[in-house]
Write a protein that binds this ligand. Structure first.
Ligand SMILES: Cc1ncc(COP(=O)(O)O)c(C=O)c1O
Length: 392
């Protein structure tokens, strides 16, 4: 697939040559490479990137080049996208409700072998579309932990007491049974994994057979201003220690489905200030654009850098409310953002750590939509980051 993405050595250069009127989303390749490398080194098992977090082809290519070989997909288009980028990558179709025929096509045309169900009715539907004897079917268990900013067990997952029956039925269908859970997104306490794996243990102890694959899902958080989370190493340790206590097959493997942790750090959004009204700024992106996830994520802002005349603008700051450009009354970012006191229209803001759940959920509401994605090539340039984070 050709990659015609525009390149700039740094954001200052982008602003100098273009003064862009639309938001520009900046990919920092070296940050994606380092983030993927660190996760692959630290996670005690197979790493499946959750495509929903950021499905931009340049990002996906950077992740595959950095060694990510497995992809958690939620639809046939996501599977097709990964196949087009890397036909040798392994695609997993990890959602319990699918478009009719999608599982069959995924298997026939794209060689998908891993599927997921959370109910007996879903299993019988799936079994009609795929060849179970060459498939692994995960039974998804509902788990919730109070430290998850987003509770993913509300709509998906069988209750722990239903799991032994579901796993036995998967086995009876001729497929290899496996177990998956997803404790949530932006999970702020590594104990959430210890807790979920302890419930997994009680399920596994009721089975007359042993499983080979346990998928502990996503949820590995990032720190944002005012939202500091434990280091990833603590999550990896929690998973490694507690999976070690499970009664599993000899050749067992643990799988993880990170989205945010891989996608967030390597991308920034460069936006222009359109209007200032006292301490309220209006910018050309907002809650219907790349900031949409602030509605649900737990954190309320991103690290930010200001530019005037293509150069970083420093000096005394005060807190500003940031508004998007649309006419909707909810188009206001939830947190107050410290910015230079004399900020004015025509200045630019670069928001960092914005690569996860940003591009994938933006809309063209009111006609505001940018598809301008560029790479920042200088290896010494980095997106705005937390000054006082803990490295995560
Ligand atoms: C099934 C599944 N796997 C993985 C993820 C990725 O989660 P995160 O980005 O929090 O790591 C999600 C997020 O919604 C999910 O639903």
């Amino acid at each position: 697939m050709a990659n015609a993405i525009e390149k700039f050595s740094d954001v200052g250069g982008l602003l100098r040559t273009e003064c862009p009127k639309e938001p520009v989303y900046c990919i920092y390749p070296h940050v994606y490479r380092e983030t993927a490398r660190d996760f692959l080194r630290g996670f005690p098992g197979r790493v499946l990137y959750a495509v929903k977090a950021n499905s931009d082809p340049t990002v996906l290519r950077l992740l595959t080049d950095a060694g990510i070989r497995h992809f958690d997909c939620a639809s046939l288009p996501e599977i097709e996208l990964i196949d087009a980028i890397d036909p040798d990558a392994t695609k997993y179709f990890m959602i319990p409700a699918r478009i009719r025929g999608a599982a069959g096509t995924a298997q026939e045309k794209h060689g998908v072998r891993h599927f997921l169900v959370d109910h007996l009715s879903g299993l019988s539907q799936l079994a009609k579309e795929i060849e179970t004897s060459r498939s692994v079917i995960f039974a998804r268990m509902a788990v919730h932990h109070e430290s998850a900013m987003e509770d993913l067990s509300v709509r998906f997952g069988a209750q722990p007491e239903e799991m032994p029956r579901l796993l036995r039925s998967i086995r009876d269908s001729g497929a290899e049974p496996a177990l998956a859970f997803n404790v949530g997104s932006s999970v702020t306490d590594p104990d959430a994994y210890r807790y979920s794996i302890s419930i997994t243990k009680s399920v596994l102890e009721q089975l007359p057979f042993r499983l080979r694959l346990i998928d502990v899902g996503g949820g590995y958080p990032k720190s944002y201003p005012g939202f500091i989370v434990p280091h990833l190493e603590e999550y990896f340790r929690a998973v490694a220690e507690s999976v070690g206590t499970l009664p599993l097959a000899d050749n067992a493997e643990v799988l993880g489905e990170p989205g945010r942790a891989l996608a967030a750090p390597g991308m920034s959004a460069v936006v222009e200030v359109l209007l200032r009204k006292d301490n309220r700024l209006f910018i050309n992106d907002g809650m219907f654009g790349v900031f949409w996830v602030l509605r649900i994520d737990g954190h309320d802002r991103y690290p930010v850098r200001t530019y005037r005349d293509s150069k970083p603008l420093e000096g005394a700051t005060m807190e500003f409310q940031i508004n998007g450009p649309t006419c909707d009354s909810t188009d206001t970012l939830p947190g107050l953002v410290p910015l230079p006191v004399d900020i004015r229209p025509g200045d630019y803001l670069e928001f960092g750590n914005i690569g996860a759940y940003s591009l994938t959920g933006r809309t063209d509401y009111n006609g505001y939509y940018s598809d301008r994605i560029v790479t920042i090539t200088s290896p010494t340039e980095t997106p705005p980051a937390l000054q006082n984070g803990n490295g995560n």
